[in-house]
Design a protein around this ligand. Structure first.
Ligand code: DSN
Length: 420
C-alpha cells in the first residue's frame, strides 16, 4: 500500500494519532536533534519496522523455534547474526534484545549470579543506569562498585580503578558510557580485569556506529569477553539491542535472552537490524562516522571559542557535556528549555559529582550523529554553536529567541531529514 493510502486510512480511523505523527514529523524536520543518543534511522529501517515481520512470533533461535512459519524469520535472523559478527569481528551475536536495558540485564543475569560484584563507571561521571545505579533493578540484584574519572583531565584513573578492583574482587568489569566525551584504551581495562580474574564487558551503545565505521576502537580487538550496543544511536538502525561475545559465552547469552529474560523477539526490528549491519559495512558509513567525529570536534571548538566550559575540556567521540551553570549561570533544565524554544533539542545532564539534582543538573549534553546524518558539516557546527551560546545568553528574551529560532530553521531547511 503506498504511504498516502496508509495515511488516508489512519486519517479515517484515528485522526488524533495521525495529527500527533504529523506534528512529530514536522518537529523533526524543522528542528535539529542534538541529543547524542538520537539519530535519524536509515529509510530502509523505517520500511522494515512497518513491515509484515511485525506480525510474526518467533520464540527460539533460527532452526529451533517453538512456532511454525519461520522460513523467512529464520533467514533474516541468521543474516543479522552473520552480518553483526562480520561487522564487529565477533564470534557470536544475539540480535534479539528488545533494547539497551534488557540487553545489559541479559548479560549480567546470564554470566553472573545474584549478589556478585560488578565494577562499573559512576553514573554522574558518564556511566549508564544499567551499570548499577541504585534506582535500577540491577543495582538491587548485583553488588556494584564504582570507578570515576580524574577531575583534573577527565581521564579514567586506572590506578584508582585497579585499587578498587583488588579490594572488591569483581566478577565482571564493565566499561562504556552514555555521557563521557573521551576515548580510552580497552586494553587498560582488560589488564585490570585479568589481574583479578574478572570477565570484561563493554557497553558501547553510544559509539556502536563509530566502531562499526572503524573510526573508534573496538573492545573485542582488545580481547573483551562481551560487547553490547543498542542499534538505534550512532548505528542509525531500529530501536533494539545487540550482544556480541566470545564463542565460549554464546550458549549462556542466548539462553539468558530467551527464555531467561524475554519472550518473542520483535522480528520487524531484527529485519531492520540486519539491513543496518549491511549498510554500516559500506564505505559511505565509514565516511559518515568520520564526519560525526569531525563535527563533534568542530562543535566543541566553536563552543569553546565562545567561552563555553566543556566537561573534560573537549571531546574524542560524538558527544560533549556543557557546564551551563559555569558558562551561562543557568541550570541544565533551564538551558534545555531555552534551546527547545529555538528548535534545538538537547538534554539536561548531570556532570561529575554534580552538586545539583538530576532533574535540575549543572549540564546539558550535545552530540553530532543526527546533524551529520542530515549532511551537516563544519560550517553548520559553527552556526549551531553560535545559536546555542546566543540563546543561553539571551536571558529568555522572546524577540531574540524568535530570531534565533529562525536561524535554526534556515539551517534545517537546507538539510532534509533522511526518510521523512
Ligand atoms: N537514553 C540513552 C541515552 O540518552 O544515553 C541511554 O539509555
Amino acid at each position: 500500500m503506498p504511504q498516502s493510502a496508509e495515511r488516508a486510512e489512519l486519517a479515517a480511523s484515528d485522526p488524533e494519532i495521525l495529527a500527533a505523527l504529523e506534528g512529530e514529523e514536522a518537529r523533526q524536520r524543522a528542528g535539529l536533534e542534538l541529543i547524542p543518543s538520537e539519530n535519524y534511522a536509515f529509510p530502509e529501517v523505517l520500511t522494515l519496522l512497518g513491515s509484515a515481520f511485525t506480525n510474526k512470533y518467533s520464540e527460539g533461535y533460527p532452526g529451533r523455534r517453538y512456532y511454525g512459519g519461520q522460513e523467512y524469520t529464520d533467514r533474516i535472523e541468521s543474516l543479522a547474526r552473520e552480518r553483526a559478527c562480520a561487522l564487529f569481528r565477533a564470534d557470536h551475536a544475539n540480535v534479539q534484545p528488545l533494547s539497551g536495558s534488557p540487553m545489559n540485564q541479559a548479560v549480567y543475569l546470564g554470566l553472573l549470579e545474584p549478589g556478585d560484584t560488578i565494577l562499573a563507571m559512576d553514573l554522574s561521571h558518564g556511566g549508564h543506569l544499567t551499570h548499577g545505579a541504585p534506582v535500577s533493578h540491577m543495582g538491587r540484584i548485583f553488588n556494584f562498585v564504582r570507578y570515576k574519572t580524574d577531575p583534573r583531565d577527565g581521564a579514567i584513573d586506572f590506578e584508582a580503578l585497579r585499587k578498587v578492583a583488588r579490594e572488591a574482587k569483581p566478577k565482571m568489569v564493565v566499561c562504556g558510557y552514555s555521557s563521557y566525551p573521551r576515548d580510552y584504551d580497552y586494553a587498560d581495562f582488560k589488564r585490570v580485569a585479568d589481574e583479578v580474574g574478572a570477565l570484561t564487558m563493554a557497553d558501547v551503545s553510544h559509539i556502536g556506529g563509530l566502531i562499526a565505521a572503524n573510526v573508534m576502537r573496538n573492545p573485542l580487538d582488545a580481547g573483551f569477553d562481551v560487547m553490547t550496543t543498542t542499534t538505534h544511536k550512532s548505528l542509525r538502525g531500529p530501536r533494539g539491542g545487540l550482544i556480541l561475545c566470545k564463542a565460549e559465552f554464546a550458549k549462556k547469552i542466548d539462553a539468558s535472552v530467551f527464555p531467561g529474560l524475554q519472550g518473542g523477539p520483535h522480528m520487524n526490528q531484527v529485519a531492520a537490524a540486519a539491513t543496518t549491519f549491511r549498510l554500516a559495512a559500506t564505505p559511505a558509513f565509514r565516511a559518515y562516522g568520520t564526519a560525526v567525529l569531525a563535527n563533534a570536534r568542530a562543535l566543541a571548538a566553536a563552543l569553546t571559542r565562545r567561552q563555553v566550559k566543556l566537561v573534560t575540556g573537549g571531546t574524542d567521540n560524538h558527544l560533549m557535556v556543557l557546564d551551563v551553570v559555569q558558562s551561562f549561570g543557568l541550570d541544565g533544565a533551564k538551558a534545555q528549555a531555552a534551546l527547545d524554544r529555538v528548535d534545538l533539542t538537547t538534554n539536561k545532564q548531570v556532570i561529575p559529582d554534580d552538586p545539583l539534582p538530576p532533574m535540575r543538573p549543572s549540564g546539558i549534553r550535545l552530540g553530532t550523529p543526527a546533524a551529520t546524518a542530515r549532511g551537516m558539516g563544519a560550517a553548520e557546527m559553527e552556526e549551531i554553536a553560535a545559536i546555542i551560546a546566543e540563546t543561553l545568553r539571551a536571558g529568555g528574551d522572546a524577540e531574540a529567541e524568535a530570531l534565533l529560532a529562525a536561524r535554526t530553521r534556515a539551517l534545517t531547511a537546507r538539510f532534509p531529514v533522511p526518510g521523512l
